[in-house]
Design a protein around this ligand. Sequence first.
Ligand SMILES: [Zn+2]
Length: 437
Amino acid sequence: MSLTESPSPSPSPSSSSGSDDFAALLASELELASGADSAFPSDPSSAFPATDDEGEDEDEDDDSEELEVGACPHLGYINGLCYTCGNPQDEEDVSGVALDYIHKGLRLGTSEIDRLRCADLKNLLRERKLVLILDLDHTLINSTKLQNISSAEKDLGIQTAGSKDDPNGSIFALESMQLLTKLRPFVREFLKEASNMFEMYIYTMGDKAYAIEIAKLLDPSNIYFPLKVISNSDCTQQHQKGLDVILGAESVAVILDDTEFVIKAVRKEILQGCKIVFSRVFPNNTRPQEQMIWKMAEYLGAVCSTDVDSSVTHVATVDLGTEKARWGVDNKKFLVHPRWIEAANFRWHRQPEEDFPVTPPKEKSREKDNAVAGKKKTSKDKENAAAGQMETRKDKEENAVASQKETGNDEGNVAGQEKDDAKENVVATSTTGPADS
Ligand SMILES: [Zn+2]
C-alpha cells in the first residue's frame, strides 16, 4: 500500500483532458476509492481512471456532479485554478481549506472536503479503524538545538547518531537544521501496532521541512504517513491545531499530544455557533457565569447569555412553563434539557437536540403534593400512613403524565407554579430526564 511510487499529481487545468480526473486521483491517493481493500495499484497510469466515474459508490445520493461544460461545481483548486475545468477561482469566493500538505497549492471546497471525510469514514469503519493524530515534539520524539547543549554532549550525540536510513537508530543528527533528535523508545513498534488500528497523521507546530525530516526518520518507507504530515504552515489559525485541515472524520479522531491547547481548540468547535439562554436551571442568588453548566457550554464554544434576543439559538431549561421557554417556542428556538450540553461535553460532539427534550412539568395536583409532603415530613404519622397509598397513586399519575407527553398534550404546563414546585420539577426531571443510553 506504499504510496511512495504514486505519481505527483500535476493536473494541467488549461487542458480539459486528464484534469477532470484529479478528484479521482485525490481519492486514490487518500485511499478512498472503492475497492480500497485491495492494494494501491502500482501502475501509476491506473491512478487516472479512463472513465469519469469518480470511483465512489456513495455518490448516487449526492448532487449530480456530472462535469458538463458550464456546470462545473468547482470542487477544488490548484494554484487558484479549478482542477476540473481550469477556470480561475472567484476572487470573492475563498471558502474551503488550503491543503498544501496533500498537494502544493491545493484548496478544496467545503462540500468536497465533506464528501472526502464521509468517504474516509466509511472506509475506516469498513477497516475497523480510527484516526490517530500524532504530535511530534515531546510525544514521539525530542529534538534539541545543537547550540543548546555542551560540546561534550554534542560530540557524544553526533557520535552515537545513526544514519538516517538506519531502521534501528534512535538518535539522529539533523545537521542541516542544527538539531539532535531522539526517538521515543519503541516508537517504531508503537507505529507498527497502531497502524493496524488507526489511520495516522503527524500534526506538528514545527515547520514543514522539520516535519518532513522527522517523518522520514519515523517512517523511512513512507508507509504510515503518506500525504498525512501536517505542519504549522498548514494550520488555518495561527498557533492552533485545527482539525479542519484533516480529511479524516473528526468523530473517530484520537489525538495524542503533549499540549492541552490543541484539545481546547478542538473542543471550542463542538458548540460553535450556538447561543444559549438558560432558564430556571441555576439556583436563585447565584451568578450564572459561575455555574458549571454555563462554563461547560462556553468551553465547548457556545455563547451564553442571560437575556433573550433574536441571535439566541437554544433555550436550555427543565421547565416548559418559564417565560424564556415560551419565548423559545414562539420564536422557534431549540428547547433543550441542560443535559444536551453535558452530552456534547461527554461525547465531544454536538448531539441532536430532539434527543434532549424538555419534559412537561408534572400535573399539579393537591394529592400528589400531599404525597410528597407526606414523604418528607416523617414525623407526621397520619401522612406517613397515607404515603404508602399515595405512592401507587403517584405512579399512576406519572404514567398519565407520560402518556400525555406522547400525545403532545401540554395541559400539564401550568403557569405560575410555586417555587417549591419548580424545584421539585428540577429534581424530578434531572433524575428522570433523557438518559444518554
Ligand atoms: Zn471548475
